[in-house]
Design a binder for this molecule. Structure first.
Ligand code: FES
Length: 564
């Protein structure tokens, strides 16, 4: 083994196992079954995000088992450790959602701390739910060692009344049920059928968006992401991911060698083309921060403008992630974009080959399909991610345009709420009228804290039949399952005195995606008067991690990171 892997490939772990002074360390390892041979192998940390808190991560133990086998077969010594996840769908709609974005930091911090402290030579991390892959990317960037990300995979579709359904349908059904458009029996049947087993939420929501993104960034094996969690092909990719990290170690390919500026541009292009989650803006900004790559919120708008929207995927479109897998997965879209000259084919990837070289192994679908449109005949001529600015969002706000025409124009009176709960009560009791702009504030990174996603609210609006005639703006976030004219990530947020804090019921809000505009019809003098009378509310938490997070978290326009 020592000939196969020279000492410089295990330079980090060698500090923990070589020489007489490390006898105590070896003794600890021997207690876990390590042999003399193992001390000559590179140590590969295997971060397993398995959990029983969510179906998204429910079978990651199996996937991790295969990753370890791949590392072992390639001559390395896998060392598994665990970290946490939060279930976004189960945290949704109550105070628990304030912990979701914080979990991204905990995942990143915990992987960094364990990998650093144990002096692992390389890392494979296996994640599922929304914040897993962002946390994994951030940790990989901080550690800058050979690293592979593996996405656990989507859930299979459920079947209800003859159609494929996912968890997003259940959330919207709550709105339909509350407005009398769905019976108790129908809601009960849908609840039982929407989630048929392990895997992440089935549409192109945040987890599947981030799963696709890690392929575009080159840090996951090409073709690994769209495969459903319960499909045996996933386990073959798991084993290959273990082998891939050993190969990257031999090649000296570190995370920052792969996840470069070009890789981020590829990821943004893919997301805009697919119609991916608005959360990708937050997570890619945070990952770029940790990879030490310059990236701004304006890069998303610039790239989205030049990218055709071709993914006919829920929530904006018709198909689920499993349908994308059936026509060839993420490489199909990447290859179409490559052929159109829209992505950097020379970007290096974890395989040791470039993006273009990887994509030579994949073919475009030959049979007719409607999951992905041709670049020459896109759903929209520009990408789905739009960054808005104006006196309501000097630093920026994000909207996803997938269900609408090329642009969204909306002008209407504000209905202002200081929390998600108060807005949800008003929506449920039918107080929200066509033409209004629902404003939900003090839900930003610092204000919530934790920038809650508001799928319960947005789905209730849609479920009540207001898909296009009610808009919503917030300094919080949306689930990837949200659809309709919903604008999130407004920065500066209300808690730091952003203009959204100054709004009153009846103020006229204007949204115009063609002009990239989000503004309130108030004069500078009126805004200055209101600002002078404004004072920040008392924090929602005064101790524990929520208070700590609120003290250090930065603006959503900078990825809501917690490190300098
Ligand atoms: Fe985990 Fe949706 S709750 S992906």
């Amino acid at each position: 083994m020592s000939e196969t892997f020279p000492r410089n490939l295990r330079a980090r772990s060698a500090h923990t196992v070589e020489g007489p002074e490390r006898a105590p360390h070896r003794s600890m390892y021997r207690a876990m079954g390590f042999t003399d041979d193992d001390f000559h192998k590179p140590f590969v940390g295997v971060a397993n995000l398995h959990s029983e808190v969510t179906p998204c991560n429910f079978n990651l133990d199996t996937t991790t088992h295969h990753v370890k086998a791949g590392v072992q077969k390639a001559g390395g010594k896998p060392i598994e450790f665990r970290t946490i996840t939060v279930s976004d769908a189960i945290a949704m709609g109550h105070q628990g959602m304030k912990g979701s974005l914080i979990s991204r930091e905990v995942i990143a911090d915990s992987i960094e701390v364990v990998t650093f402290s144990e002096a692992f030579d390389a890392l494979v991390a296996i994640g599922g739910c929304d914040k897993n892959l962002p946390g994994i990317l951030m940790a990989a960037g901080r550690l800058n060692i050979p690293a592979v990300a593996l996405y656990g995979g989507t859930i299979m579709p459920g079947r209800f009344q003859g159609r494929a359904v996912s968890i997003g349908d259940v959330y919207e059904a709550v709105g339909a049920h509350s407005s009398g458009r769905m019976t108790d029996a129908e809601l009960d049947e849908l609840e039982r059928k929407a989630c048929p087993g392990a895997g992440t939420c089935g549409g192109l929501f945040t987890a599947n968006t981030m799963g696709s993104i890690v392929e575009a960034l080159g840090i996951a094996l090409p073709g690994s992401s769209a495969i459903p969690a319960v499909d045996p092909r996933k386990q073959a990719y798991a084993e290959a991911s273990g082998a891939a990290v050993m190969r990257a170690l031999e090649l000296g390919l570190k995370a920052r060698d792969i996840v470069t500026r070009e890789a981020f541009e590829n990821a943004i292009t893919l997301t805009a083309a697919m119609g991916g989650s608005t959360n990708s803006v937050l997570h890619l900004l945070a990952a770029a921060h940790e990879m030490d790559v310059p990236l701004t919120i304006d890069d998303f708008d610039r790239i989205s403008r030049r990218t055709p929207h071709i993914g006919n995927l829920k929530p904006g479109g018709e198909y689920l992630m499993a349908d994308l897998d059936a026509i060839g997965g993420v490489p199909v879209i990447l290859k179409m974009l490559l052929e159109a000259g829209l992505i950097h084919g020379d970007a290096m990837t974890i395989t040791g080959r470039t993006m273009a070289e990887n994509l030579e192994d994949f073919s475009l679908p030959t049979a007719p399909q409607k999951v992905v449109f041709p670049v020459s005949q896109p759903i929209h001529s520009t990408g789905s991610l739009v960054i808005l600015k104006g006196n309501l969002a000097e630093e920026g706000a994000v909207i996803k345009v997938t269900t609408h025409d090329e642009s969204v124009r909306f002008r209407g009176p504000a209905r202002v709420f200081n929390s998600e709960e108060s807005s949800f009560d008003a929506i449920k009791s039918g107080e929200i009228q066509s033409g209004q702009v629902v404003v939900i504030r003090y839900e930003g990174p610092r204000g919530g804290p934790g920038m809650r996603e508001m799928l319960g609210v947005t789905a209730a609006i849609v479920g009540q039949g207001h898909l296009d005639d009610v808009a919503l703006i917030t300094d919080g976030r949306f689930s990837g399952a949200t659809r309709g004219p919903m604008i999130g990530h407004i920065a500066p947020e209300a808690a730091v005195g952003g203009t959204i804090a100054l709004l009153q019921d009846g103020d006229i809000i204007e949204i115009d995606t063609a002009r990239r505009l989000l503004k309130v019809d108030l004069s500078d003098e009126e805004l200055a008067k209101r600002r002078a009378a404004w004072s920040p509310p008392a924090p929602n938490f005064t101790h524990g991690i929520f208070a700590k997070y609120a003290r250090v978290v930065q603006s959503a326009s900078k990825g809501a990171v917690t490190t300098e």
